[in-house]
Design a protein around this ligand. Sequence first.
Ligand code: NAD
Ligand code: IPM
Ligand code: MN
Length: 357
Amino acid sequence: MTRTVLTLPGDGIGPEIIAETERVLERINERFGLGLQFEQGQVGGAAIDATGEPLPGETMEKAQRADAILLGAVGGPKWDHLEMAQRPEKGLLGLRSGLELFANLRPAFLYPQLASASSLKPEVVSGLDILIVRELTGGIYFGQPRGVRETDDGERQGYNTYVYSESEIRRIGRVAFEAARQRNGRLCSIDKANVLEVTRMWRDIMEELSADYPDVTLSHMYVDNAAMQLVRDPKQFDVIVTGNMFGDILSDEAAMLTGSIGMLPSAALNAEKQGMYEPCHGSAPDIAGQGAANPLATILSAAMMLRYSLGAEKAAVAIESAVSSVLDQGLRTADIDSEGTQRVTTREMGDAVLAAL
Ligand code: NAD
Ligand code: IPM
Ligand code: MN
């Protein structure tokens, strides 16, 4: 059986981190006889430059046909002047909504070797293992109406709509309860139910769902407190479930608990378990082209792809063990290095993972 993996390098450091991840996947493909075929496509600024659109029809067709998608990152200063609908980010958002990839899994796991790379004290973060389940195709990111209009007083008014339907909340809730059931049985739903009706309803629906999961302990927290608790005592969390925008913000915060945003992988799944896999970070224009980017978040995203979309658990574990062994060797890209470790480039990190495989 051949299966197709579509790679979409995108912009900035995207091509650099995808190149290393492709090498890892090719090696894994041979070693485990997975029969994977690789296709390439364009998205984001790279696609705008080539075709005028952030998500060309051809890319969308390839994405629909693929068994799994691996994406680098999109965006950068070159395209920041463009109108919202033409921006590189629209390419990413279009893939997420077009493929209905509503379930975004962002695991914040601290490799013990990186306990001193975090900006928090080692005792606060050591043993950290959180899963953030972020709703990815709804909420304020996609709500209508949206835009900028002129008021009767002649001033501009910007507006977005924070909306969730019951069915959207139920389906992400079920993913989170199931995940908590597989882990330590604790689910914290994060909202702003003291101010926003939509998240009051979110909270009520999570409560209703909890009747089906007696083995999971559900709790609720306001997002402002959650932002604080994540740095005060992050280990109180097991699984977090939250909406699109809160999940975006909290996952960058959680990334710092693992040492660097360069360590945080993600999976975005639809109901058929087709998935798009990408690091949580962006295109990092400040370090693009320097060979300084950490490719591990993307390499770990490939491991998630093998696990969730390609049914290759052993191959996924092989990658995760290789990453751990590279960290044991003291090799670090600039974002995670500290005293006594050896600084390496993006390529050298890729080489080391390959060698460890
Ligand atoms: P960013 O995540 O690109 O960068 C934030 C900081 O983290 C920078 O200092 C960067 O150098 C560092 N960083 C990020 N990834 C790293 C890595 N792998 N190794 C080492 N350091 C890394 O966020 P930003 O600067 O706010 O956004 C830049 C562009 O990326 C924007 O256009 C934004 O829209 C886009 N973006 C895209 C995605 C995506 O494609 N999924 C995600 C976030 C941001
Ligand atoms: C992410 C990014 C995206 C988001 C942007 C680039 C659209 O920040 O994947 O976390 O906000 O979802
Ligand atoms: Mn983000």
